[in-house]
Design a protein around this ligand. Structure first.
Ligand SMILES: C[S@@+](CC[C@H](N)C(=O)[O-])C[C@H]1O[C@@H](n2cnc3c(N)ncnc32)[C@H](O)[C@@H]1O
Length: 275
């Protein structure tokens, strides 16, 4: 698969097409990554969805997300891009963008930050464990970036259908992703589904908003062979939702090497750690 260049000119032309087709532009948000905010990484756009759903007329929704050179779009926008762009490895279509659409911008931000962090890694041929996968955005992204297999766990089984649709939309091999509907404390169910498959990298973009869930997810890691890297997200700097207890817990499991933080507007915080 080849990549396309998603630069400012590309975005300008794309937006123009959307506007011409009555996608009333409402809001363009640009975020900055890193100390000093020197690098623009994410662009979201909201719009009135009147042409899709009359009932929600007037509600602004996110329809596209650009993280660096990657573009995630609601699949209903696919008609505005040619097939070469749609099939490239840095464009991801999301079926209805459903729950993502309704996400508060801060949720969208920490998923975006995880995508950014993932983009710094070589994922080709890797096997990945996505704990708390939700609508599967991270799982799809890693497959598009060359990962061989993903085990995607979420306690909410409604995501299974959505993820299947997203695999099909993006021409990804259905068997490249195994969705495991389980809560993190249902260890046996998870271990049985994974079998003796190795995983290289665990993604835990759950954050502290689900109580101890992130810590429960970490407790699975020692029983899954091969994991030597964890990318954890959803934390905030300077608040009770900070990453300290997660960093300490992972250190106790042997993940102490090369700790690296990724920050977003000096507020959201994700980290990568190895063992
Ligand atoms: C904020 S969403 C993040 C979704 C996705 N990882 C992303 O980055 O876009 C967190 C997800 O974790 C799941 N989750 C939270 N606690 C869980 C638990 N104890 N067991 C299984 N899944 C859980 C939720 O159902 C939700 O889909």
């Amino acid at each position: 698969m080849s990549s396309v260049v998603i630069n400012d000119e590309f975005m300008y032309q794309f937006r123009k097409k959307l506007d011409e087709n009555h996608f009333y532009g409402v809001d363009r948000k640009t975020f900055f990554l890193g100390v000093g905010g020197e690098e623009v990484i994410v662009e979201t756009r909201s719009k009135f969805m009147s042409s899709f759903n009359k009932a929600r007329m007037g509600t602004p929704n996110n329809i596209l997300l650009r993280v660096g050179n990657s573009l995630l779009i609601d699949n209903r926008l696919s008609g505005f891009l040619d097939s070469e762009i749609l099939n490239s490895d840095n464009v991801i279509q999301l079926w209805n963008f459903v729950t993502f659409f309704n996400h508060h911008i801060s949720n969208l931000s920490y998923t975006a930050l995880t995508l950014y962090a993932l983009d710094t890694l070589d994922l080709s041929g890797k096997t990945i464990l996505d704990l708390g996968c939700g609508e599967g955005v991270l799982s799809l992204f890693v497959l598009k970036k060359g990962a061989k297999k993903v085990h995607s766990v979420d306690g909410d089984s409604k995501y299974e259908v959505l993820i299947k649709n997203n695999l099909r939309l993006n021409n990804l091999e259905p068997n490249s992703l195994a969705f495991i509907p389980a809560l993190f404390h249902e260890e046996n169910k998870i271990f049985e589904a994974i079998g003796n498959h190795q995983s290289n990298l665990a993604l835990v973009n759950v954050g502290p908003h689900f109580g101890e869930s992130d810590l429960v997810a970490f407790s699975l890691l020692n029983a899954i062979p091969g994991i030597n890297q964890v990318l954890a997200g959803g934390y905030y700097s300077n608040s009770k939702f900070g990453p300290t207890r997660a960093v300490i817990r992972l250190a106790s499991l042997g993940f102490k090497k090369n700790l690296k933080y990724f920050d977003f507007n000096n507020q959201h915080l994700n980290f990568l750690v190895e063992r």
